[in-house]
Ligand binder design. Sequence first.
Ligand SMILES: Cc1ncc(COP(=O)(O)O)c(C=O)c1O
Length: 426
Amino acid sequence: MKYKHIIDFLRSLYPNKDFIPLHEPYFAGNEKKYLADCIDTTFVSSVGKYVDRFEDMIREYTGAKYAIATVNGTAALHIALLLAGVQPGDLVITQPLTFIATCNAISYCGAKPVFVDVDSDTMGMSPEALESWLTQNVDVLSLDSFELEHVQPDAAFSTGRSPLNRAQPTQQDEVRSTRRSPRPSSTIAIHKTLRRPISACVPMHTFGHPCRIDKIVDICNRYHIPVVEDSAESLGSYYKDRHTGTFGKLGILSFNGNKTITTGGGGMVLTDDEHLGPLAKHITTTAKKPHPWKFEHDMVGYNYRLPNVNAALGCAQMELLETILANKRETAMLYRELFADIADIQYQPEPPHSTSNYWLNAILLKDQIQQETFLKETNENKVMTRPAWILMNELEMFKGSLAADLTVSKEIASRLVNIPSSARLV
Ligand SMILES: Cc1ncc(COP(=O)(O)O)c(C=O)c1O
């Protein structure tokens, strides 16, 4: 066995385990107590104190002005893209090296992804690749001239057939205007030949390592493109001392069972925007107007609110977050030392100016043959490892998408392996 020494080392890190998973949750605090409280009080569903408490904890921890809990990270991303103004037929820039949820959420909005390459050290969107694609492919126009040419009036709204069509502006009208004519300024980025708006850019903080998000936001600001940060994997990760997910107009987190902390399933929308924060809450809670007994909804909303039982888990997990992060960092340092002495394997360290949560440690093998051998040997020996995702532009449904040169993404996909990264606290 070529990689026996590494398998032995992994077994020494996670002793007493027959099967070593990639990332398992750690429950050691108030989880059972808070869950029992939900059951005892019968508040297990969409009403209860833990949702507010969990949102407060995330707001305080990340520094975001608004944190809105959702059923999962994908739902959070869907809402964030809608609120950023993504409309059917638009283009949304993202990276090919990401989990399918990023592109699924873009598709739920009726938009199409455009893929630009990642940096080799962060594995997140490359600002240079982004700028180069924008320079070659994008015009910045006045919104008026674009609309004169392209936007047809919506029959349902203009003829009064829509129940949402009211004389006086309401909160729904605000939502509608956010979703239908939401361009944040009087200028809009348009693809030069397709003449379609580029209505958002979604960089991702891959495996918890922050990307160069400040530069990405600067570039997008020049093109009037809102940034929605997919920080699903990066709770506890900072770039230049600021929490990931708080640089863009909106950001999202995931609390799926495989993440640094979990609510079973869960997500969060983050924003500093005083208009979009309350709107995110409204739209994710079926757009119900507050009233003690009446059920009145002022738009078509979403049932994306996180149930109280899941939020209860989240509160208990947040109490453990610092312990988990410190432990994961220790493991990362052990990996770094181990792989420093192994010539043909490269450990992916914390990128510059960053504090990573080290969600999933990653190594690069020499080539795809070595990657296959490593994956086979470890998995056959009950040590779970896995390659990066198949690149999004190679999946059937995104094959025809616009894409820039993706050399770095391809290189990473053909060499990368994620290795066990659970907290070693049990
Ligand atoms: C990059 C990325 N985006 C979005 C998601 C979606 O999160 P969820 O599984 O909570 O829907 C995940 C993780 O699962 C992810 O890794």
